[in-house]
Design a protein around this ligand. Structure first.
Ligand code: BGC
Length: 860
């Protein structure tokens, strides 16, 4: 019998969702996945046509490693454009690894009907569109190129106009109930119109250079061109400093060069999840630039409203944008892959990443060392102008406050963000030049209208961490307060003096590095190149010692059975409820009940608690989706968190949480696995769009308000991933080596700030190791920092499948109360450990107690 192809999951193709969880491995628009009866030979790829048109070679992708069967993802996006239509795919000339041929095969696949908005969710959808409007950032706008006059023609260049991305991939994926891509939005939602002659050049998804004839025919010199750049980004997919990644491809550059020279005006639309190179913007004379980010279901509508001026942009950059990748101080120390690197399954730390830039992440570096950048942190233009008048600035009782009156001095309505930065004096600790301490956004101000904003910042937001004495301090001296509409445009408006050293908080020493390594300082302002790092990596080897955690056992309980509803009604019964359980039951509850995404009829939920009929303990479903529910049934689709951060609108972040909570209820989800808030240490981290910002205060405040929205409306929140989940490559084997000061001022700080706004229901530990030990098994992190210092009383879970690399018993022993995604194998391992005296019942009791307490606090 000859070899066969079959369509993997007879499902219809959803043209509104470009890349799914697995397609994240490659940049595949609209892929159909085929199962192969045998592995394909390396050079065994034949010809695939869809409705007679050949699919360009080189874009297909073999998925063997992920699903343990032989799969081929066929990017049919260059042909399948129509909704609700059957297409015919023909495959010929394929050969298996063993030299045998695949039979010529004809397969049919269908595209889904276009999903349309439903009235029942109108209010939720409006919040999503508003987040998109406020999250897009106008980076450049020479000579008021934008907005375009109503009725203008858009001459659109680049395949990206058809691969318009509105979501991150992987855990941050959204599955919106409707969406509007760019072309749909122009037609349905604006008076602008697209020149079809130009756009049709790009339907084949190649970035072709337009001919002189075409440019003459469409009268380029009298019109405005819009060029599109798009990049995929998300979990599993770190980006790369290569053409087609951070850099423009040769085709894109050639196309933009020709277009910008020919057209009267050129607008660039950057539809990426992370900053990309910017040198070409000035070099090629681009007049206006809009950064859309991944703006969710309303992305298309928001973009056309910004183009035609119905929306006045108010987004601000949550990260510094540079001309070149290597302008970033972490560029050389991002993912130093060993040659034989494997993506999964390594048992040892395999990839050592030294955080040499230390506390100088993002703008802290560019600002302190006077380094060039393209667009500063907090930058974002408007179609109007604002005047900022600073009133009293007061520092009293360890709180800084300032009143700023914002007046719209231009001709159109708009919103402005006021940013307050603190410059601390140099002392025995060196300081970043300025740090963000507070920000507020105005309402929409009509021309001439004013609003006075009150900005306040607790001193903890601008302290320095003194490693020698494990404490947060304000050193003596003059503190300057800078206020402005961006870091670059902030003015030194006031100062206050701290007379002697002020100790704001003394803390424990947590997770120090085990090795000295070069750290960027003002005296040594250069980071080393990879080669030096590798020498140091040789010295790492020994893991940090594991500590033990020995909680008091709960008093034994011998009375009548207590049920969960009784605990909900009377929380004082919690201890006895737990104490009545057998060791085996406690082991079972310490393990997640498995994901619901494998079977075609599964909901797509990432996990669930194990129910116990005998205790009337219900099942709680948990779902991913920082900015929507990552379920198979479609639902709300907000912008990715990086774009939510760009709104600088705390209330909007709260509304994002509120709407996700309300929709979680509709779908029977008790706890959301978000928000994710790791610091943007390096812009090429695939999860950049899922995380908020390079700044811990912006990240922490926006994530905290998002988390508060979830909790206030009855859904559990999960702050993740603790800590330093700074890259996805080899993520289970990667080892971050970072100073205590950088941990305290940046990587821990985000979580600490978010927790002050709203305590989460759960926290998720990260896959990677930090300073010689995995956070998932680190007692200092889970107990001393989380519980004792930050007062966290929810439950702690591992990231999915952390037990591939970290001993499950050690994680539970440290207080990690939920091994995910679970399975009976892990329950057995825990039971064995209890029997052998390696795991105490008291630890299990405490872990499960936190879990049940959390369930009882939620609507479960
Ligand atoms: C991701 C988490 C996610 C989990 C469950 C992991 O691969 O790192 O962020 O919550 O999967 O889907």
């Amino acid at each position: 019998m000859s070899n066969k192809f079959t369509i993997m999951d007879g499902k219809e193709l959803n043209l509104d969702q470009i890349e799914g969880r697995f397609a994240a491995f490659e940049r595949l628009p609209y892929a159909v996945t085929l199962r192969l009866s045998k592995p394909l030979a390396k050079d065994g790829y034949g010809v695939i046509t869809v409705d007679g048109t050949q699919i360009p070679k080189g874009r297909e992708f073999l998925m063997d490693m992920i699903v343990k069967s032989h799969c081929l993802m066929v990017p049919v996006g260059s042909v399948a454009h129509d909704y609700d239509k059957e297409y015919t795919m023909h495959l010929t000339g394929f050969t298996a690894e063993d030299g045998t041929p695949f039979a010529d095969t004809t397969l049919k696949f269908k595209t889904k009907k276009r999903q349309l908005p439903d009235l029942a969710h109108k209010e939720h959808d409006e919040v999503a569109v508003q987040a998109a409007r406020e999250g897009m950032v106008l980076l450049k706008n020479e000579n008021a190129t934008l907005p375009l006059a109503p009725g203008s023609a858009l001459h659109c260049f680049g395949s990206a106009q058809y691969i318009f991305r509105n979501t991150a991939t992987g855990a941050g994926l959204i599955n919106p109930r409707w969406q509007a891509n760019f072309h749909q939005a122009v037609t349905e939602h604006s008076t602008l119109y697209v020149n079809q002659k130009v756009s049709s050049l790009y339907r084949g998804l190649e970035d072709v250079v337009p001919s002189d004839e075409l440019l003459a025919e469409v009268e380029a010199s009298k019109n405005t061109a819009v060029v599109f750049i798009s990049r995929c980004s998300g979990e599993f997919l770190d980006n790369r400093p290569v053409k087609g990644g951070y850099y423009l491809t040769d085709d894109e550059r050639a196309m933009i060069t020709k277009v910008s020279a020919a057209y009267a005006k050129t607008v660039a639309v950057i539809n990426t999840g992370y900053p990309v190179e910017m040198g070409w913007v000035d070099e090629l004379g681009i007049d206006a630039v809009i950064y859309t980010g991944f703006a969710g279901m309303g992305a298309g509508y928001a973009l056309v409203e910004i183009l035609d001026g119905r929306t006045n942009p108010s987004g601000k950059l949550p990260d510094t944008w540079t001309y070149d990748y290597y302008d970033h101080p972490s560029a050389h120390n991002f993912i130093n892959l060993p040659a034989e690197h494997k993506a999964v399954g390594e048992k040892e730390f395999g990839v050592h990443i030294f955080y040499e830039e230390d506390i100088y992440v993002g703008y802290r570096y560019f600002d302190s060392f006077n380094k060039p950048y393209a667009y500063s942190f907090g930058h974002g233009l408007s179609y109007t102008t604002f005047d900022l008048a600073c009133g009293d600035v007061v520092f009293a009782n360890d709180t800084l406050s300032a009143n700023v009156t914002v007046t719209n001095t231009g001709a159109v309505a708009g919103k402005e963000v006021v940013q307050l930065y603190v410059q601390a004096p140099e002392g025995s600790l060196e300081k970043p030049y300025r740090v963000l301490a507070a920000f507020e956004k105005t309402k929409e101000l009509a021309p001439g209208e004013s609003q006075t904003l009150s900005l306040t910042a607790d001193a903890s937001l601008f302290t320095s961490y003194d490693e020698a004495d494990s404490r947060f301090v304000l050193e003596a001296g003059d503190y300057h307060v800078w206020i402005g509409d961006s870091l670059a445009h902030a003015n030194d408006v006031a100062s206050f003096t701290v007379d002697g050293l002020r100790i704001i908080e003394s803390v424990h020493r947590i997770n120090p590095p085990m090795v000295d390594f070069p750290r960027l300082t003002k005296a040594h302002p250069e980071v080393s190149e990879d080669s030096k790092i590798v020498d140091l990596a040789d010295r790492i080897g020994t893991p940090a010692p594991r500590k033990s955690y020995t909680p008091e056992p709960l008093p034994a309980y011998k009375g009548a059975r207590i049920t969960y509803p009784q605990v909900k009604a009377n929380p004082s019964l919690l201890d006895a409820f737990i104490a009545q359980m057998s060791d085996a039951e406690l082991c079972t509850l310490n393990v997640c009940g498995g994901a619901d995404w494998y079977l075609p009829w599964g909901t797509g939920a990432a996990g669930k608690t194990v129910p116990f009929g005998k205790y009337k303990l219900p099942r709680m479903m948990v779902s991913d989706g920082n900015t929507g529910l990552n379920l198979k049934k479609s639902n709300i689709g907000f912008p990715s968190s990086c774009t939510v951060a760009a709104t600088f609108n705390k209330d909007l972040a709260y509304q994002v949480g509120r709407v996700i909570a309300e929709e979680s209820k509709e779908h029977g989800i008790g706890l959301n696995l978000g928000p994710a808030m790791n610091i943007h240490r390096n812009i090429l981290n695939g999860r950049h769009p899922e995380y908020f910002s390079e700044d811990p205060v912006l990240s922490g405040l926006m994530a905290g308000h998002h988390g508060k929205g979830l909790r206030d409306f009855g859904c559990g929140s999960t702050y993740k991933h603790l800590f330093c989940n700074g890259s996805d490559t080899s993520r289970k084997a990667s080892h971050s080596i970072v100073s205590e000061r950088a941990l305290r001022e940046l990587y821990f700080k985000t979580f600490a700030v978010a927790m002050q706004i709203s305590q989460p229901s759960a926290v998720m530990t990260s896959y990677n190791a930090v300073n010689g030990i995995y956070p998932a098994e680190n007692v200092d992190i889970l107990q001393t920092l989380l519980r004792d210092e930050w007062g966290f009383t929810g439950y702690i879970m591992t990231d999915w499948g952390t037990y591939d690399t970290v001993d499950p018993v050690e994680m539970v022993k440290a207080g990690n109360g939920w091994l995910t995604e679970g399975g009976s194998k892990y329950v057995k391992e825990l039971k064995k450990a209890v029997k052998e005296g390696r795991l105490s019942r008291a630890v299990l009791e405490h872990n499960v107690r936190y879990l049940v307490k959390t369930l009882a606090e939620l609507d479960v």
